[in-house]
Structure formats: C-alpha cells, structure tokens
Design a protein around this ligand. Sequence first.
Ligand code: GLN
Length: 206
Amino acid sequence: MAGNGLPRPPGRGTRVGILSLQGDFSAHARVLEALGADPVFVRRPEQLDLVEGLIIPGGESTTMLKLVTEEGLLDPLVAFAARHPLLGTCAGSILMAADVTSPRQPGLGLVDISIERNAYGRQVDSAIRSVSPGDDFLARTGPGELEAVFIRAPIIRSVGKGVRVLAEDRGHPILVEQGRHLAATFHPELSPDRRVHQLFLQKIRA
Ligand code: GLN
C-alpha cells in the first residue's frame, strides 16, 4: 500500500530495460510507464547495469540477433539473465529460445523451448485472438480472457521439463515461464490488458 492507502502501482520505482536495437520497443515503454515503472532503452552493454529486468521486444529476430552480436551484447545479455528476469515477446521469445527453426538460427538458450518462426504461414500474417490463460496466470494477475495479438508469430513446438505453460492458444503454448524468465509468442504491449507486464514486474520485485 502507498501512503495514501491506495494499492501501490506494481512497477513503481522499478527501472526496466527494453532492448532497443530494432523492433517495437517504444510500445513496451508506454506500458511500463502506465504501470509506474521507469523504462530504460538499452542499446549498449553498460546500460544493463542500470536496470533490474529486461524486455526483448518483437521485431525481426535474425536482424535483432545480428545487431545484438555486433553491439557486443550477446555475452552481457546471457550474464544479465543469470541474475535478472527477462520478458521476450514474439521475436524476443525467439531470441531467448534454446532451439530455433524455420530457418534455424542460434538462440540464447534462456528458456528451454523449441520454437518455429513464422509458423502460422504467410496467409495469416497477423491475428488477434481472445485466449483463456491457465489458472496459475489468473491467480497471479487477475481474472479474464487475455487478448493475444499475433504478428508473423512463431509457434512453440515443445517445452522442456522446467518450463511452465501459463497460456495456450489452439493447443500451443503462447506464454511460458522458466525460473525468472517469461516468453510470449504474441505482443502483450499492443493490447490494453497489462497483466503480462504486471506479472513481469512482480517477478522483478520478487
Ligand atoms: N517473424 C518474426 C521473426 O521471425 C517475429 C515477428 C514479430 O516479432 N512480430 O523474427
């Protein structure tokens, strides 16, 4: 509770990095600000020292991986992830994965998932669907269906033993958790529903 008796905004005073080399990083900043957190655009390794968690946004994962490598961010990101939570959305979830197909590319191995890129096919570039999250997600964030915005989205084809599936769509996991990390194949930053970011902030504060 804040001093005025109102519930404290979940993100208040929390500095959250957003990897901002490419993709829809500014949409994440608006959500974090709405939740009372302080977004920090991360483009260089030393900026990771300023933040308590990091969002890897959607975009184009091959380009993002190339830029991450060129900027010398690859090892610093993995080291950061050993101590702090990461949230990857769409291309971000591809970067975090252990196994990436279609086409194959290296993943950072932060979440034990096998993920297939652009897996819904060219005919269905994007879609917005209402999904029923699992009880665990609802208990931690509040009730209600979740709006999932898919844009040239990947599909998680398999998950390792340590991975918890928080939401599924059409039989595929679309939001997963492993330890301190979260990965979503959709774009929660493009929906008015803020529960995925709220959960991420809870994990940073925990
Ligand atoms: N199709 C993109 C990729 O494979 C991801 C799309 C997105 O982030 N919206 O990297």
